[in-house]
Structures are given as structure tokens and as C-alpha cells.
Design a protein around this ligand. Structure first.
Ligand code: ISL
Ligand code: CA
Length: 629
């Protein structure tokens, strides 16, 4: 039991304490040394809170301590046997169906468009596809608001098209996972429709309703991720309903066993069809603290969302995940990757260690912003931070856990633009990121367009942006925060999810997508070529690159050199993380150079070449010594 009389070190030794403290340090832009320093470690929490002042009041400490003490397991070793699995070897590719490929010229990507690109994906070397939602939906949040879990959205095609897609994917030796969005449904889902129409309906308890006494104050202070209160008023029914996301995405009450059974049935229905697993949308939000108590205001203002500590690691999260694993995933040997915003490494271990039978992997997001920054800020991402972040996970995540490796998805601006807005460097950065993604230890998730070197788009006005998160934020900034339209648009431009959702420029000169000049995204052919090569390398030397050990050889400002070693031999990767030139000084003489990305001159080699002693901006070199040599 951790109390205000415990020390900082004692708190940091617990799983939840460790991750919560790290999260706070990240928000404040501070390094871990701020707590690992023994002088601070010996301090009592009570004293620390006194010193920290208003930013970290004692009430915040209480909120954190109750989360910390709710988790009993603080000694998980995660050092079990490292088992082989197809999903550890696979390269995944995320398809955002609306903007992947349009087959019938209506401007909306569709299932037949995906079928038409399977050869391309196969040639790229992709092993498994993750489809963002294709279910029936009113599209308030582009399909993450589901109206019918067992139906395909007509814009995307029919169930026959889906079956054909699944069949062709399998015939090509690939796999397919779907998106499971079960923290919430659309308000147009029949469950919700019945629930709101009839207080006696059995669906009433599928959601979170609170009586509306006519006052203006919602039932608690939780805020939505898409601006404003997390409560929507239903005047005819005289109730408030909870929605953590848009006003049309109503949160499901997982404490109701009937909800859990219906979800498990639906998951089994798709697994019976033959899909190979699921990516599980905000799956760590499914268990809310009983009674839905107010969130801590200090945590709310630090994180940007009030109430989050009441549900991002809720009291029954592990139990519900384990139950779903037993009822559905385990029966089919299906794969799961949970989308888990806010979860750090120690909590991720508790969610993914194989012996716990909950999830196979998670997407944790702390690598996406440099400490002290948020998505809606215009700043330059520091790859030195990525190096330190990833090294920590490589060294401490544990042999019975397995990590996902990604830089992009449909919820974020393109990483290469964040690292460096100068297009002259985009090819080098795209290749550097790919080289790390395919040679670090974990499962790569390529987001559509990564392999084309796509960068952010130059949207010129809010009218070009349709995403609900951006639109709501823009309204909040202009109407409530007193920003001018120009200032607010600058914020949106930095962080909007729309950058990642533009139709792929398969052939920008023809087809249904004929963007105005300023939204035309450039395809970098050499990036695609390099993706193919790197994915091939990962496959060829999978005993080393997938299952082998990881060790850092050199880590200093702008430099990251690491070694993977295993049954196929050793592979050394040398990265220049900045736009300045770096002295290489690195000559692994007993290794031969396999790859170098010197500025605009790609080298895919066998044998030695004279390499310059200086690394170009963002250059990456890969060296190898085969086991037999
Ligand atoms: O909004 C966030 C805090 O910045 C995110 O972490 C958010 O919680 C996360 O991106 C959730 O995303 C997923 O669920 C959403 C959907 O809009 C996204 O597209 C999906 O990836 C609601 O279903
Ligand atoms: Ca179409």
C-alpha cells in the first residue's frame, strides 16, 4: 500500500506508479532523472507534493495513489520463454478504407479497391492487413461509430466483397485483422435506439444514463476527447448519456454481463468467418470506476481531458480482457492488439505478458510526441527522444511481452513532417524510420502511405477538413478560447488527423481523386523501393531481426547505433538522427555493408564499399556478419 508517507522510489517501483509518474514527467517535459535521482527518491510523497505547488496538488496525488493501490501485481517479471508466433514475424499494414483505393470513381475508397491492390501489398512484403472499420456507420467519426457490427457500409461494398477480400488475402498467404470498436457504439445502433426509446428496455443498462433534472450541469466533470462535456442531453428521454468521443459515440456499459456476452458473440461471428484477429479501439477505456466520480481537475488540465484517470485503467479492465480472450480469441487462436492511449510500459506488461492471457500486443503512444509537447503544437519532433524511448522498451519490456513498432496511423499527422518540415529531407527521414522499424525488435505496423514517403498536406482552410475532432476543436478554440480564426487554424493544421486521411495518390493525374495543387502529395519512389528491400531483409534474417537480441552500441546526441544478434548472425544499424552531418567513426570491419542511405544515393550492397566517414543528414547504414562467416 502506497501512501503519502511512502517515498518517491517506493511509488516508482509499482507498476501504475511508474507509468503515471513517467506520464507526468512527459507532460512536463522532464527527464526520468527527476525521479531516479536518489536524493529525490528518498523524499516522502507528502513533501514532494508540498514542493510541487499548484501544478501537482495533493489531490492529484490521492487520485494517483488510489489507482496505484488498486493494482495488486507489482512484481511481474515478464521474463517467460520467448515463444514464436506468426504475428511476431509478420509485417502489418494498416488500411484506412475510405482513403486507400477507390474502385468505382465515387471518390470513396472501398473493398474492391483493396482487392485490386493486394498484389501491390504482397510485393511490398506485407504479411497481414489491419482494416480500419468497414462496418455500417453514419460516419460521424468515419466508421468508429458503428451502427451494425455485422454489416458492411454500402459505400465500402457488400459482405460478398468482404468475403472475397478475406479469401484472396488468405490465398496469397496473408492475414487480415479487423477493427473492434466496442468502447462505444453509434447512437444509431439498435441497442441505443431501444435504450433511449424505452426506459424498461433491457438495453437501458447497455449504456450510461443519468437523470436530467433540467439543470445545466452534467452528471460529472468528465470531458470528451472531441471537446466539451462527455455528457449529451437527451431532452425527450430526460436523461444524460455518456460519450467519451463524439456526441454520436455512446459508451457501452461493460459492467453489464449482457454487453460482454454480446460483444464476445460478435467477435466469434467474425472469427468464425475466418478473420485472423482484431485491433481493439481504445480498449483500455472499457472499465469505468463505479459511480462515475468526478475526475481530478489538475490531472484534467495537465492531460487535456478531465476524468481520464477514472477509466483508462479501470477496476475491471484485466478481468474483462481476460474473459474476452477466453470466450473468443483463445478458441480461435486469434491475434489481438489493443489500442491503449495513456498506458506506459509497466502497465503494458500487465496487459500483454503471455501468461496473463489478455492481449497479444498494445499500441502505446508515448513515442509520438517529444516530452513537453502535444499533437496540436507546431514543433520539431526530436528523434533523440525516440532513441531513448525505444531503447528503454527494448531493454525492459520483457521476453514474455512483445511490442508493436509504428510512427503513424489514421489519428496523427505524418511523422516525417514532424521531424523536419523541409521536404528536401523527407526521403532520408522516411528511410531512416523504416530502417529502424524493420530492424528493431517488435512487430512493424506500416500505415498506408508510409511506404510512399507521404508527408503532411498544406490545408489552407478549415473548410478542407472534415474530421469531427478537428472541427469540434476549431469551434472550441474560436468560440470559447478567444482565438482568431487564423490562430485556431494554425493549431488544427499542426495536429489534424486529416493529414493521414487524404486519399492515397496512386496516380495523382487520373482517377476519382483529383486534388487541388496544394493537397497533392508526392510519392517518393525510392522510399517504396527501400521498404520492399528492408521488409525482405527482415524476412530473410528473421532469426536475428525478429527473435534475436538487441544491444545499444552507441548512444549520444544525434547518434544511435545498435546491434541485433541471433542465429542468422549479427546486424548493426547506425543512424544519424539529425539534419546536421555526423561523424560516423564507426567501422565494423568484420561486418559487410548491406545498406546505406547517403543523401539521395541509396546503396543496397553486397561486399565492402568505401563509405565516407561522415553521415549525411538522417543517414542510416546497415552492416552484417553472417553466422557462418
Ligand atoms: O484523443 C486522444 C487523446 O489525444 C487519443 O489518444 C484518442 O484517445 C485515440 O486516438 C483514440 O482513437 C481511436 O478511437 C477513436 C477514433 O476516433 C480514432 O480514430 C481511433 O483510432 C474513437 O473511436
Ligand atoms: Ca468507391
Amino acid at each position: 500500500m502506497i501512501t503519502l508517507d511512502s517515498t518517491v522510489a517506493e511509488l516508482y517501483a509499482t507498476a501504475v506508479g511508474h507509468d503515471a509518474v513517467k506520464k507526468i514527467l512527459l507532460q512536463l517535459g522532464l527527464s526520468e532523472k527527476a525521479v531516479t535521482n536518489p536524493l529525490i527518491g528518498r523524499r516522502r510523497l507528502r513533501t514532494l507534493f508540498k514542493l510541487a505547488g499548484k501544478r501537482i496538488p495533493a489531490s492529484m496525488g490521492d487520485a494517483i495513489l488510489s489507482l496505484v493501490n488498486a493494482e495488486q501485481v507489482n512484481d511481474l517479471k515478464a521474463d517467460g520463454e520467448q515463444k514464436k508466433a506468426w504475428w511476431k514475424e509478420a509485417v502489418f499494414y494498416q488500411i484506412y478504407p475510405r482513403s486507400f483505393c477507390d474502385s468505382n470513381g465515387d471518390g470513396i475508397g472501398d473493398l474492391r479497391g483493396i482487392i485490386g491492390r493486394l498484389d501491390y501489398l504482397k510485393e511490398l512484403g506485407v504479411d497481414a492487413l489491419w482494416l480500419s472499420p468497414v462496418y455500417d456507420s453514419p460516419n460521424d467519426d468515419n466508421g468508429y461509430d458503428i451502427r451494425d457490427y455485422r454489416k458492411i457500409l454500402p459505400e465500402f461494398g457488400t459482405m460478398e466483397d468482404f468475403d472475397e477480400l478475406l479469401d484472396k488475402v488468405h490465398k496469397k498467404g496473408m492475414r487480415l485483422i479487423m477493427d473492434l470498436v466496442v468502447n462505444h457504439t453509434s447512437d444509431e445502433h439498435p441497442w441505443f435506439q431501444e435504450a433511449i426509446a424505452d426506459p424498461a428496455s433491457k438495453y437501458r443498462d447497455y449504456y450510461f444514463f443519468r437523470p436530467d433534472d433540467g439543470g445545466d450541469t452534467p452528471p460529472n466533470n468528465w470531458t470528451s476527447f472531441f471537446s466539451g462535456s462527455a455528457w449529451r442531453r437527451f431532452p425527450d428521454a430526460h436523461v444524460w448519456g455518456l460519450h467519451l468521443f463524439s456526441t454520436k459515440q455512446m459508451d457501452l456499459n461493460w459492467d453489464n454481463p449482457a454487453v460482454r456476452s454480446d460483444v464476445a458473440d460478435m467477435v466469434n461471428w467474425w472469427l468464425d468467418k475466418g478473420v485472423d484477429g482484431f485491433r481493439m479501439d481504445v480498449i483500455n477505456y472499457i472499465s469505468k470506476e463505479a459511480g462515475l466520480p468526478d475526475g481530478n481537475e489538475a490531472i484534467g488540465s495537465m492531460m487535456g481531458y478531465t476524468g481520464v484517470e477514472k477509466y483508462y485503467y479501470g477496476p475491471n479492465l484485466h478481468a474483462y480482457l481476460h474473459e474476452l480472450h477466453e470466450r473468443a480469441f483463445a478458441r480461435h487462436g486469434a491475434f489481438s492488439v489493443g489500442e491503449t492511449p495513456g498506458i506506459g510500459m509497466r502497465m503494458a506488461q500487465l496487459l500483454t505478458a503471455q501468461e496473463r492471457e489478455e492481449l497479444d500486443m498494445v499500441f502505446s503512444f508515448d513515442q509520438l510526441e517529444t516530452p513537453g509537447h502535444t499533437r496540436f503544437e507546431d514543433y520539431r519532433y526530436d528523434l533523440n527522444y525516440y532513441r531513448d524511448y525505444i531503447t528503454d522498451w527494448m531493454e525492459h519490456y520483457g521476453t514474455s511481452c512483445w511490442m508493436s513498432l509504428f510512427y503513424n496511423n489514421h489519428d496523427n499527422p505524418r511523422m516525417i513532417s514532424k521531424v523536419d518540415p523541409d521536404p528536401a529531407h523527407h526521403q532520408a527521414i522516411a528511410i531512416l524510420l523504416a530502417a529502424m522499424q524493420f530492424t528493431l525488435k517488435g512487430t512493424p505496423f506500416v500505415f498506408q502511405g508510409d511506404e510512399m514517403g507521404l508527408a503532411n498536406a498544406s490545408f489552407q482552410s478549415i473548410d478542407e477538413i472534415s474530421d469531427v475532432e478537428s472541427k469540434n476543436l476549431y469551434a472550441e478554440l474560436t468560440q470559447e478560447k478567444g482565438m482568431s480564426p487564423e490562430q485556431a487554424f494554425a493549431v488544427i493544421l499542426a495536429g489534424t488527423r486529416e493529414h493521414a486521411r487524404l486519399p492515397l495518390p496512386w496516380n495523382s493525374k487520373s482517377g476519382s481523386w483529383d486534388p487541388p495543387e496544394h493537397l497533392r502529395q508526392k510519392v517518393l519512389e525510392d522510399v517504396t523501393k527501400t521498404y520492399r528491400w528492408l521488409i525482405g531483409l527482415r524476412r530473410k534474417y528473421r532469426n536475428t531481426l525478429v527473435y534475436g537480441d538487441f544491444a545499444v552500441l552507441r548512444r549520444k546526441k544525434g547518434v544511435f547505433v545498435y546491434r541485433r544478434s541471433g542465429e542468422d548472425g549479427t546486424i548493426i544499424v547506425e543512424c544519424s538522427l539529425t539534419e546536421g552531418q555526423q561523424r560516423s567513426g564507426f567501422r565494423p570491419d568484420d561486418h559487410r555493408l548491406l545498406f546505406a542511405s547517403a543523401d539521395r544515393r541509396l546503396y543496397f550492397g553486397e561486399g565492402h564499399v568505401g563509405m565516407s566517414t561522415a553521415l549525411d543528414p538522417y543517414e542510416v547504414r546497415i552492416w552484417m556478419k553472417n553466422a557462418a562467416e
